[in-house]
Design a protein around this ligand. Structure first.
Ligand SMILES: [Zn+2]
Length: 462
């Protein structure tokens, strides 16, 4: 007969093995993971702040979030009370293409990263970008996650329905994430483009060609309309009898004819058809605005752009808003007011907004221009939380990748950055970058400063 083991003995035994296990865990130092301590995490879904937290990052993922993560770690970063923000997405980015030297391409990707941008949507694709997308994901280059459009589809590159069909088919086959629509496409060509894109399951985004018009563009279900293109023209009542191609810069010439009463209809349609909008408002508040080129060119971030680019920006600004350009400050006030009204309405009642500044368009230094865009969103009446969402969760939803990025959550990719000062109180705090975590790789403030210094000295030579 087997004698039962007394309960006391069993408990003693269990206690002993748990102590051994505990000791072993304490002795083993994890030299692979990174623990970030003493940070406040911003929950971009609701604006809550999780105070005094720790984030454990391993194998590119957020493994754990707790007020105190158990275990011993070799790599510990003291967050010193900084705020952890999910990595931002620049949804209207441009990646330089050859013949731009490879070094400058990588510098540009770093400029985005240095501002906490861990995802970019390249809006003018090139075969080189397809390789870059993979090199970034494989960790061969230090870069935000890349989505890339096809090369431009416009009035010159697609003149016939046959041409639309063959180009769309080729770009889909080559692996571009979506098609870039530019001005000048005729409506019948556009319709073939859309039909082919739908058959092949590739999205299209960008501009609204004049011959297509905003209503047909919305019906055709752009993935995103960028620059709020076509909307202002869509607010001109039919009885005004305008010539659509006399619209000027993004509808500027039609400003006095706008009926704001038509905003709701367009905004509702954008929601019904699930069309996102990327405002790129900074273009209209910096380049196409009563601003002074020299003021913008004296901003510290300009040191990261080649001198030849800065000279070009100044010249092009003069052509757009200088003497003899037909630019009127009074009309601009009205124009920008309508754009802000549209942006606010699209936020409140549309499908939603995606943060995108269009860099390096005039005076938009990659990465740094996101702060001008953020300021523009604020002037349109969006709350800090709504603006953060437009650069974090909304892009994740847009790409159908909420289980991958957009938040600081266990199981997601470790894409976030630390800033000193609460960005929900003042979005300018997003400029105070203390370090960037991109797919599990940590870039300290020190690393960022050194690399930026090198980029500035290269730029000065060009
Ligand atoms: Zn662009």
């Amino acid at each position: 007969m087997i004698r039962p083991i007394p309960m006391k003995k069993i408990l003693q035994f269990l206690l002993a093995i748990s102590l051994i296990a505990c000791n072993q865990a304490q002795e083993k130092v994890n030299d692979k993971a990174t623990l970030i301590t003493n940070i406040n995490i911003i929950d971009v879904r609701n604006g809550d702040i999780l105070e005094n937290q720790q984030i454990l990052v391993d194998s590119g993922k957020i493994q754990q979030i707790a007020s105190s993560v158990e275990g011993k770690f070799l790599n510990i970063i003291d967050g010193k009370g900084a705020y952890a923000v999910p990595g931002l997405a620049e949804m209207h980015a441009h990646i330089p293409s050859p013949p731009t030297p490879e070094e400058r391409i990588e510098e540009t990707l770093f400029l985005y990263l240095s501002n906490g941008i861990t995802t970019i949507r390249g809006m003018l694709g090139h075969p080189r970008h397809l390789a870059l997308r993979k090199e970034a994901l494989d960790g061969k280059i230090l870069s935000p996650r890349i989505f890339t459009s096809s090369p431009s589809l416009n009035g010159n590159t697609v003149k016939t329905p046959q041409e639309a069909r063959s180009k769309v088919t080729a770009y889909q086959k080559e692996g571009y994430d979506f098609l870039k629509i530019h001005p000048g496409i005729q409506r019948s060509v556009f319709d073939t483009l859309v039909k082919t894109a739908n058959e092949l399951g590739i999205q299209f985004a960008g501009h609204v060609p004049v011959d297509v018009g905003i209503r047909h563009a919305l019906e055709s279900q752009f993935a995103s309309i960028d620059h709020v293109d076509g909307f202002l023209e869509g607010l001109v009542p039919e009885e005004a009898g305008v010539q659509p191609n006399e619209n000027g810069f993004f509808g500027f010439n039609f400003t006095p004819l706008v009926d704001p009463g038509l905003i709701n209809e367009l905004v509702e349609k954008s929601k019904e058809k699930e069309v996102w909008v990327v405002p790129t408002q900074s273009l209209y508040e910096r380049w196409f605005a009563p601003t002074i080129a020299e003021d913008m060119l004296s901003e510290p971030e300009m040191q990261y752009m080649p001198a030849s680019t800065l000279a070009n920006w100044k010249r092009r600004k003069e052509q757009s808003t200088g003497e003899g350009s037909g630019f009127s400050e009074a009309q601009w006030e009205e124009f920008i007011g309508i754009r802000r009204e549209l942006i606010k309405a699209l936020q409140e009642d549309g499908q939603g907004l995606l943060l995108g500044s269009d860099a390096p368009q005039l005076f938009n230094v990659p990465g740094f221009s996101i702060h001008h865009e953020i300021a523009g969103m604020q002037r349109a009446g969006l709350s800090p939380l709504q603006i953060l969402q437009s650069g974090t969760i909304n892009p994740a939803v847009f790409f159908g990748m909420e289980d991958e990025f957009g938040e600081i959550k266990t199981g997601l990719t470790a894409d976030f950055f630390l800033v000193s000062g609460n960005p929900l109180e003042d979005l300018e705090n997003l400029r105070n970058v203390e370090g960037v975590m991109v797919r599990g790789s940590w870039i300290s403030k020190d690393d960022i400063d050194k690399r930026l210094e090198a980029i500035a000295s290269n730029a000065a030579k060009q």
